[in-house]
Structures are given as C-alpha cells and as structure tokens.
Design a protein around this ligand. Structure first.
Ligand code: FAD
Ligand code: SIN
Length: 545
C-alpha cells in the first residue's frame, strides 16, 4: 500500500489567475500548481489589448465603475465591481514591481482606449500584453520554493470528503496514470470554455473543465448563458480565428463592409466603439442582410508608424495568412471570446463547496454582469487572486492509502472514433444554437442532441476509468496513447456538460441582455435583473448583491 502526495493548496491552471494565485498564497503553504499543458499555455498568454485600470489623472475608479456597470447591462454586483476598480492601481503597481514591462509614453505608463471605456485606461505591452504578464509571473513562480509545478497533468474530478462535503483534492491524469492528490484547499483557475463554439478566439485548452468539474460535484454555478462574442476575429479560410484586438478600433481603425461603408453607426451612435455585444450583433445582422461571410477592419486611418509600434503581432499573423494590413482591410467576423458566467464565488473566492475556491474566467465574482467591459478580465484575475494571500486552511492532513492497478493495453480506437465525431459536431451545434442570436426551439433541439451524445459517451467502456475510480486505487496504463485517449474523453465530457449548461440557461432566461440575445424575447425585462443560478439539474434565480 502507498500514500498519495499531499499539498496544503492545489491550484489548477496556470494562466494569469492560477499563476498569480500561487504567488499570493502564503509562502508557508506547500502549493501544487497543476496544469494540463505547458506552464504558459492558456487564454492569458493570448491576451492582446491589455489590462484596464483607472490610474491616469483624468480618470478615477468611479468612472471605471460606471463604465463596467453600464457594459454589464444591469447584472453586475456593484460591490464586486467596486472591489475590482478600487484595487486596479495597486494591482498594476504589483505587476510593474514584478517586472511586467508595460508600454510607456515619456516614461509614464501609456494607455489606450477600448470600446465602452469613457477614458483611455488600458495598459498594454504592444499587442502581446498577456504574454508579457504571463512570462513575468512564470519567472516568479519558478523561483518560489514552496510551489511545485506539475505540468501536462489533467485534473479529472474533484475529491469530496463523503462525510463533511469538504473538497480534499482531485483525481489527476498524469504520466500515464490516474491517481489522486490530497490537499486542504483546491483553487480552480481553469479559464473559459470557448472551445464549445466552432468559432472562437480561445486556445485549445479552454474546454470549461473547472465549471464542468464543479457542477458535477454540485457546486453552484451561475449566469452561464452570458457569452461574449468578440466582433473581430480574423476570417480567412485556412486561418485560425485569430483575434484582431479592439485596441485597433480604439486607435482609429474603421469597421467597413465590402462596399467600404462604415455600417456600425447604423446600429449604435458609438459606431465601432459601442459595447461588444452590440457591435457583434450589428456585424451578424449586416452579414445576414448582405449575404457576405465577413466584414473588414480597415487600419489605414491609423498612421503606419503607429501600427508598426502598437500591433507588431497582428501585422505578423495577418502577413502569415496573406493579408497586408497596410494596403488592404482585414477580413473579420465575430467569434465566442469570453464566458461571463462561472462558478459562483464570494469576495474571498469561496465557492459553495467548503475548501473549493475559484479565480479568473472560471469564476463568477459578479464583476462582469451580462457583458464584460474590455480588458477587465486580466484585472479581475489579478485583483481577486490576490485575495488568496488571506487564505486560512485547516491544519489537518489525512492519509489515504491506495493500491496500484495495472490496466492492460486495450484497443480503444472504436471508442475514440465516436468521441472524435462528437468533438467535431458539438461546437458547430452550439455555435448555431447558442451563438449570437438564440431562439427557444433551436436551443431545445440542441439540448436533446447534447443529451443523446452525453448518454452515448458515458456508455463507452472508457468512461469507467474517469468517473468510477475509487480513491483507493491508482490506475497505471503504461501507454502514452491511452493517456491521450482518456484526456480526449474527459475534455469531450466537459464540453458536453458545459454545452448543456449554456443551452439550458439560455432557454431559462426569457429576455435579451448583454451577451444573451433571444430573437423570441428581444427586449430587456426588469423581472430578469437577477442571476441565473444552477445547482445540479435545477435552475433558479438570485437577486444581485
Ligand atoms: P487561462 O489563462 O485560460 O488559463 C487556464 C489554465 O488552466 C491553463 O493553464 C490551462 O491549461 C489550465 N487548465 C484548464 N483545465 C485544466 C484541467 N482540467 N487540468 C489542469 N489544467 C487545466 N482579457 C483582458 O482583460 N485583456 C485582453 O487584452 C484580453 N485579450 C484576450 C485575447 C484573446 C485571444 C483571448 C482568448 C482572451 C482575451 N482576454 C483578454 C480574456 C482573458 O485573456 C482571459 O479571460 C483570462 O486570461 C483568463 O485567465 P485565466 O487564468 O482564468 O485562464
Ligand atoms: C482585445 O484585445 O480586443 C481583447 C480585449 C479583451 O478581451 O478584454
């Protein structure tokens, strides 16, 4: 018999939220930082536009608060937003002290404007702000002796104490085994779930694992119908849906149709700098009217020198896919970008399960409401993760002994083909049914299909290794191929779970607000100025805090 490893705290995910959380936890705690790919992989590294904070002399936390509440379309928790904006300046100071090299103008931190901000308050490092932040945080993490990084390791499920309901660790797929790691607290920092949509700016790791795991363990999740569709993702055959940052419009680029007409003003007086949901819907409607597949972003109103200085990565990627943005507009269309909903947490990142915490995009702190203000996400990761410096954990450490079981090499290729088919079809279904415009009938049909796929998936023999394994067993597969197949199975299960949650929440909310637009209920309804709350298979509402 052997004993499982134990950490005081396990942090799952190594984006901005997970890295910053690991750094802020008291250094007297042993911290296991688990990540399913390389340390820096995630949406954070891909962040372009920047991080918002009211630090200029003509700006204030109050103005930042007002802009955030307005973008959130009546669904932000005011106190959560106040906490965010009031800690903006100190969070930036901390990042600068750690070594993040934000762009400067005459030695002062440079700011840009993004949609729905009343002031230029977005700090940036060219158009690779996320990379600059994540690189610095990673360097810091690697220097901390109390943090052990476990990479290429997929968290499968939460481990709850059957008597107390306390979260006491996770099950983990790592180095061809499924085993358990115990801890006094678990922090989920697993990011968003954009991969459930066929058109997304999100990286492949964004499969909604944290929300799916927490929901399966009966944690409260909320506002899952609210998905932000970014208006401008590169739309060229053979190219990924690479984000063309909103900062480009902030610096003066025009959104035009194939006739070269600036059509966004027909939909909102702020034109291309209106809130994202409005610009995305304007593009969607315009495409339907004109029959085109994309619109264009014309950077030529911006001086060439400025483009070179501010957007070197966008220039590079566009060039790679045959677009010379100095001489032609970039073909763009909306894509799923950010998930406002998540695991319900309080100001200390506590979920409804004792011992379980959530930070970053996987959490629902209440700051984004029905629609996130651009560049508030990285700020939320840092401001809320910093709260973990106050984490107190029980001093008890329990020991579970386990038996090692060797699983014989099996031929799983038939199962893998079935999973691959679902993995291919599901995102298209969710894009068509829970994309920019939704209706009850289409959503309900999609739910039936998702439920059918779910039944098929959990009936596969592979399922028992993920869902039914006991903490008294460690499974050893001795095969890299088996490890890949179990990962594929688990991510597909998570995607099916979050598809079910998004679709059902979208049926539940019979109004349109922020990132949730129902063609059959196109108006905002004051009756719906409430959170959508989900526990297991039950949907209800809760008032705003
Ligand atoms: P992520 O950075 O996505 O990290 C999640 C981590 O969890 C990853 O390390 C992943 O590997 C790991 N993980 C997931 N599941 C598991 C599992 N089961 N087991 C182990 N590990 C797991 N926001 C802004 O504020 N400003 C911007 O300029 C901006 N630009 C953006 C540009 C793009 C292209 C995208 C996609 C998003 C952008 N956003 C921006 C949004 C912002 O980047 C994200 O919301 C934020 O980075 C989320 O950080 P996170 O740490 O919560 O998640
Ligand atoms: C962008 O650069 O447009 C993305 C900013 C964000 O998502 O906050």
């Amino acid at each position: 018999m052997k004993e499982y490893p134990h950490f005081d705290v396990l942090v799952i995910g190594s984006g901005a939220a997970g890295l910053y959380a690991a750094l802020c936890l008291p250094s007297s705690y042993s911290v296991g930082l688990i990540t399913k790919d390389k340390l820096k992989t995630g949406a954070s590294k891909w962040a372009q536009g920047g991080i918002a904070a009211a630090i200029n002399s003509d700006d204030s936390p109050l103005l930042h608060l007002e802009d955030t509440l307005k973008a959130g379309a009546g669904l932000c928790d005011r106190a959560a937003v106040e906490f965010l904006v009031e800690h903006g300046a100190s969070s930036i100071e901390s990042l600068v002290d750690m070594g993040v090299a934000f762009d400067r103008h005459n030695s002062k931190l440079a700011m840009t404007l993004e949609a729905a901000h009343s002031r230029p308050r977005v700090l940036h490092a060219a158009d690779t702000t996320g990379k600059a932040i994540v690189t610095t945080l990673t360097e810091q993490v690697l220097q901390k002796p109390n943090i052990t990084v476990i990479s290429q390791a997929l968290a499968l499920n939460l481990w709850l104490n059957q008597e107390t309901g306390h979260c006491q660790g996770i099950s983990l797929l790592h180095q061809q085994t499924i085993s358990w790691i115990s801890s006094s607290a678990v922090v989920l920092a697993t990011g968003g779930g954009g991969q459930v949509f066929s058109q997304t700016t999100n990286p492949p790791v964004s499969t909604g694992d944290g929300v799916a795991m927490a929901w399966r363990s009966s944690a409260i999740v909320r506002d899952l119908e609210f998905v932000q569709f970014h208006p401008t993702a590169l739309t060229k055959s053979g190219a990924p849906r690479f984000l063309i940052s909103e900062a480009v419009r902030g610096e003066g680029a025009h959104l035009v149709d194939r006739e070269g007409k600036r059509f966004a003003f027909a939909y909102h007086p702020d034109g291309e700098l209106a809130p994202r949901d409005i610009v995305s819907r304007a593009i969607f409607t315009h495409l339907q009217k004109t029959g085109a597949t994309n619109v264009y972003l014309d950077l030529r109103p911006i001086p060439a020198e400025k483009i070179r200085y501010r957007f070197p990565n966008i220039i590079r990627v566009c060039q790679q896919y045959g677009v010379d943005l100095f001489n032609e507009p970039i073909p763009v269309a909306p894509a799923a970008h950010y998930w406002m909903g998540g695991i319900e947490v309080d100001r200390m990142n506590r979920t409804s399960i004792p011992g379980l915490y959530a930070v970053g995009e996987t959490a629902s702190t209440g700051v984004h409401g029905a629609n996130r203000l651009a560049s508030n996400s990285l700020l939320e990761c840092v401001v809320y993760a910093a709260q973990l410096s106050k984490l107190e954990i029980p001093s008890t450490q329990f020991v579970t002994e386990y038996e090692l079981i060797n699983i014989k090499e099996e031929n799983w290729s038939g199962q893998t083909e079935q999973i691959a088919q679902m993995r291919n079809d599901l995102p298209m279904l969710v894009w068509q049914s829970a994309g920019i415009c939704r209706t009850e009938e289409v959503l309900k049909n999609a739910i039936s299909q998702v439920q059918a796929w779910h039944s098929q998936l959990i009936a596969l023999p592979l399922s028992k290794y993920v869902s039914e394994i006991s903490p008294n067993h460690q499974l050893n597969f001795n095969s890299a191929q088996a490890e890949l197949q179990i990962r594929f199975y688990t991510e597909t299960l998570n995607l099916l779970d979050i598809a079910y949650l998004i679709l059902s929440s979208a049926v539940f909310r019979t109004e349109s607000r922020g990132g949730h637009y129902r063609l059959d209920y196109p108006q905002v309804s004051s009756d719906w100025q409430v959170h959508t709350v989900v526990k297991e298979h039950s949907w209800s509402t809760s008032t705003l805090n």
